[in-house]
Design a binder for this molecule. Sequence first.
Ligand code: 5AD
Ligand code: SF4
Length: 473
Amino acid sequence: MVDLVANKVHDEQRQGEAFAPFANDVNQYNKKFYIESYGCQMNFSDSEIVASILQTEGFGATRNYEEADLVLLNTCSIREKAEQTVRKRLTEFRKIKEAKPGMLVGVLGCMAERLKSKFLEEEKLVDIVVGPDAYRTLPVLIEEAETGQKSVNVLLSREETYADISPVRLDSNGVTAFISIMRGCNNMCSFCVVPFTRGRERSRDAHSIINEAQDLFDRGYKEVTLLGQNVDSYYWIDEANDEMVTFAKLLEKVALVSPQLRVRFSTSHPKDITDEVLFTMAKYENICNYIHLPLQSGSTRVLQLMNRTYTREWYKAKVNRIREIIPDCGISSDIIAGFCTEEEQDHEDTLGIMQSSAYDMSYMFFYSERPGTLAARRYKDDIPEEIKKRRLKEIVDLQGKLSYESNKKDVGKTFKVLIEGNSKKSETEWKGRNSQNKMIVFPKGNYNYNIGDYAFVKVADFTQATLIGEVVI
Ligand code: 5AD
Ligand code: SF4
């Protein structure tokens, strides 16, 4: 099955292609590691924690797997296709390893957790299997693997947040960075494998989050994205100050690091995002007006089977509340086509909510049954593939129109844009995002802007994925 995603620009950001890091200082380390990350932003963020752990063990990052002593794949299990992609990649590394027997291959992340030692039986040339809560043990596992043993640690933890580990920023533009604020998920959406692969929800020490944001800002970063499977349920008790830090409080604390530091977050669950969060967003200019609010389905009946714990009316009311408190808020969504028992009317209900929510962007998927999930145990995956495909296409087409409409409305408006780098097409153009997370491209002209500067850009034109503008002074 093929996952269709409408917006390539955002797609790169979230459901990212694998990426390999680059480090200038690789020669100062005795050994080299190469890492590819698949799946969600959390995995990319975890790879930066892994890089930090490996660096203290004398491993430098390389972009060239041929010179690596250790190759790691940080994997995703969310849909079957994600797992197939990793398996294919492992087959390629198998060939490379045959020519270079000393090289160790490790599998990290959700697939490691899901398949555990089965991985070693299935993929004979994998040496190390490490789940998302066991990265601290990597040095020991590598040592074991170096002696020819296979090493596995897939223990999940109720406490691990890697709070004290300072991530090594991989492939960074030096402007935007992720900060992981919590791990795991307690929600048990029936289609989702994450609660099984990433374990129970736990929040990270708020001081360590703020320190990380401050440190990034001191090093020239201008935007942080606070990451969690369900950020709105962030909760941490600051015993020293007798304070309960909710997500809204945390957002405020990070926003106060500097008005020059933009703050984003992902992902929000519609049942948990509070007015307090929305008012905090409205209060601080540097908290970006953008919410990723996954719908999954627009049918109350299907939502119930999905165990999403809200109805279509609740979702609609939430979108209205967002628009009331933050009128210019960008909203995006995740949508699953063809969940178990989905009828034409349910699908129409999804299209209806997409229309009324007027999403700027969505990530859209076929339902893919995942072993062990509540849905796999309780319901039959009974929607034929052609129907799933047809419904997904209708969803993707509608999102295309909505994105187009949303961009069209921006023509003539001026946005504050954080410059992230050269546009893909030309070195004479900058690219950057506005508060609503839309990519804007504009000519550099004679202005003396640099990466990491803010520019005011008036939109003159657009495509489905990008706004095109000119600097205004
Ligand atoms: N099949 C299809 N899509 C899924 N997602 C999660 N599990 C599945 C599945 N089994 C989607 C949801 C979620 C996003 C990260 O991936 O839309 O929000
Ligand atoms: Fe999965 Fe639902 Fe948790 Fe998101 S909120 S990670 S979809 S269980």
